[in-house]
Design a binder for this molecule. Structure first.
Ligand code: ADP
Length: 405
C-alpha cells in the first residue's frame, strides 16, 4: 500500500483534487489529477493519471442531488478501490484566507476551523467552499489529519507600509488591511526561479498570475514585498468575472442610487464584472480572443485587462525600485501569447524587448536584448499544498499519521 496525500481545492460547484505519494525524503510525486464539475447540477468527474491518460470519466445524473459530500466520498472510495490501493494519510486543503493568524500551513483542529470560519466575511465567495470539505472529512473520517494551506500566507512578511489602507486606526487594528492572495502560486514560482536563472532568485521580479483570478506580485530576492490584491480577492486587476480595483464611491452609488442590496452588489462585483462584464460575451480569454476581431466589446475587455496589467506593473516596479524580470503564469499567462506580447510591448518603457518567436513557442524566456527579461513559468499550487502538508505532518510534535481510509 502506498501512503498518499489528497490535495483539495474546492469551489462552489467544483472540486479539484490531486493525489501525491508521500515519500520520506523526496518531493511529493503526483499520481492523479481529478476534477468534479457541476456539483448540485449535472456532476461530471474526470481523473487523469501522471501520463495524462483518463482513468475515470463519469456522469452522476442531473437531478441536482449530488453535492460536495457525495463527491468527496466518491473520491475516497475510488482511492480505496484503485488497483494496488492507497493509504490516505492526510488531506491538504487550499484555503483562500488565513487572516492575520495563519502565516504558514497548519493542522486543522476544532479551534483552527472555528478561526477560519470567522474569516468567511473576508472571502465570502471562496472561504465557505474551501472549508466545507474539512467539515465533511472531520465528520466522516475524524482521525484523518487535515492541513490548511493559505493563499494569504506568502504575503505575511511584506513591509507593513505595503499592507496598510489609509483608514481609521481602529479598523486597521481590527484586521482591515491588505492580505494579498494567489500566495501558493507565488510561493511555487519563487521556489523554482533559480532553476530558470539564478539571477532571478536574487533579483527584483514581478510575477503575473493571470488566470480566472488575476493578480501581480513583486518579489525581492524571492520574498513578496507588494501585491495587487488587497483585503479581498476583488482588488487589483480586472479578472474573469471580478472588477478589480474600484473607486469605493461606486459601491455607495450601487447601494443608494441603484438600490441594490449588499448581496446583490457583491454578486455583481464578483461574478458579473471583469472580462465578462466589459465584453458582455464571456469570462474566458480563449473565447474573447476568438471573437475580438469582429466584436468590439470583446476587444475592449482584452484591452482594459492589458492596460490595467501595465498600470499595476508600473506601481510594483516603483515598489521594487526597478525590475529585473517579469514572469507570466496561470491559464492566460502560460497559454496566451497575445496577452504576453501586448503586456511586454506596453512595458517597453522599462526596457523589455519582446522576442516574438520565443513568445509564440511558449518560452520559457520570451525577451531578448540587454534589458529586463520575461519568462513563462507554469505554476503548481497543488504541489505547494502537498509540500506544506508534508511539512506539517513531519513536525516533531505530531505523531506519525495512521492510515484512515
Ligand atoms: P483558475 O483561476 O480558474 O485556475 P486558470 O489558471 O485555469 O484559471 O485560467 C483560466 C483562464 O486561462 C481562462 O480565461 C482561459 O481562457 C485562459 N486560457 C487557458 N488556455 C488558454 C489558451 N490556450 N489561450 C488563451 N487563454 C487561455
Amino acid at each position: 500500500m502506498t501512503p498518499v496525500l489528497l490535495v483539495l481545492n474546492a469551489g462552489s460547484s467544483s472540486l479539484k483534487f490531486q493525489v501525491f505519494t508521500l515519500g520520506d525524503s523526496e518531493e511529493p510525486q503526483r499520481l492523479f489529477r481529478g476534477l468534479f464539475e457541476g456539483l448540485r447540477g449535472a456532476p461530471h468527474l474526470r481523473i487523469r493519471d501522471r501520463t495524462g491518460t483518463t482513468v475515470a470519466d463519469e456522469d452522476f445524473g442531473s437531478d441536482g442531488a449530488f453535492g460536495h459530500e457525495d463527491a468527496l466520498l466518491h473520491v475516497a472510495a475510488w482511492m480505496r478501490a484503485h488497483s494496488g490501493g492507497f493509504d490516505l494519510v492526510a488531506v491538504g486543503h487550499r484555503i483562500v484566507h488565513g487572516g492575520m493568524t495563519y502565516c504558514e500551513p497548519v493542522r486543522v483542529t476544532a479551534e483552527v476551523l472555528e478561526a477560519l470560519e470567522r474569516l468567511v466575511p473576508l472571502a465570502p465567495l471562496h472561504q465557505p467552499h474551501n472549508l466545507e470539505p474539512i467539515r465533511i472529512f472531520r465528520r466522516r473520517f475524524p482521525d484523518l489529519p487535515q492541513v490548511a494551506c493559505f493563499d494569504t500566507a506568502f504575503h505575511a512578511g511584506q513591509p507593513e507600509i505595503a499592507r496598510l489602507f489609509a483608514l481609521p486606526h481602529a479598523m486597521i487594528e481590527g484586521g482591515v488591511r491588505r492580505y494579498g492572495f494567489h500566495g501558493l502560486s507565488y510561493a511555487y514560482i519563487a521556489s523554482v526561479l533559480a532553476e530558470y536563472d539564478p539571477a532571478l532568485a536574487a533579483g527584483r521580479v514581478v510575477v503575473a498570475h493571470l488566470g480566472n483570478g488575476a493578480s501581480l506580485c513583486a518579489l525581492n530576492r524571492g520574498a513578496s514585498v507588494a501585491t495587487t490584491m488587497g483585503f479581498s480577492a476583488l482588488d487589483g486587476l480586472p479578472m474573469g468575472t471580478r472588477c478589480g480595483s474600484l473607486d469605493a464611491g461606486i459601491v455607495f452609488y450601487m447601494l443608494r442610487e441603484m438600490k441594490l442590496g449588499p448581496a446583490e452588489a457583491e454578486r455583481m462585483l464578483y461574478t458579473q464584472s471583469g472580462l465578462l462584464g466589459v465584453s458582455g460575451i464571456s469570462n474566458d480569454m480563449r473565447t474573447l480572443r476568438r471573437v475580438a476581431a469582429r466584436e468590439p466589446d470583446a476587444r475592449r475587455a482584452i484591452d482594459l485587462f492589458v492596460y490595467r496589467i501595465g498600470r499595476e506593473l508600473g506601481s510594483l516596479v516603483a515598489a521594487l525600485g526597478g525590475i529585473d524580470a517579469l514572469i507570466f503564469t496561470a491559464g492566460i499567462g502560460e497559454n496566451d501569447a497575445a496577452t504576453r506580447a501586448e503586456v511586454l510591448r506596453g512595458a517597453a518603457w522599462a526596457g523589455f524587448e519582446l522576442d516574438d518567436a520565443a513568445n509564440a513557442s511558449g518560452g520559457p524566456r520570451v525577451t531578448r536584448g540587454p534589458g529586463p527579461t520575461a519568462w513563462v513559468i507554469p505554476t503548481d499550487e497543488e504541489l505547494m499544498i502537498a509540500r506544506g502538508t508534508r511539512a506539517v505532518l513531519s513536525r516533531p510534535r505530531s505523531s506519525r499519521p495512521q492510515p484512515a481510509l
